[in-house]
Design a protein around this ligand. Structure first.
Ligand SMILES: [Zn+2]
Length: 63
């Protein structure tokens, strides 16, 4: 009767809701290196609940 869920549900990086199914998307963003004060580009693969939210998050990282 009692089903135990071992793994925590993966949450969408954009909206914070549990993502089912999980859509992975590569996100490119810029961050400033605190030592050289230069901008560095980084790429991360983050989980989302939909492609749309992945795109929205990517847009939020740019500019
Ligand atoms: Zn979402």
């Amino acid at each position: 009767m009692n089903e135990q869920q071992a793994a925590e549900p993966v949450k969408c990086t954009y909206c914070g809701k549990p993502a089912d199914p999980v859509v992975k998307r590569e996100i490119h963003d810029r961050t400033r290196c605190q030592f050289s004060n230069r901008q560095v580009l980084r790429t991360r693969e983050l989980p989302f609940c939909s492609k749309e939210h992945g795109s929205n998050y990517q847009m939020g990282c740019e500019g």
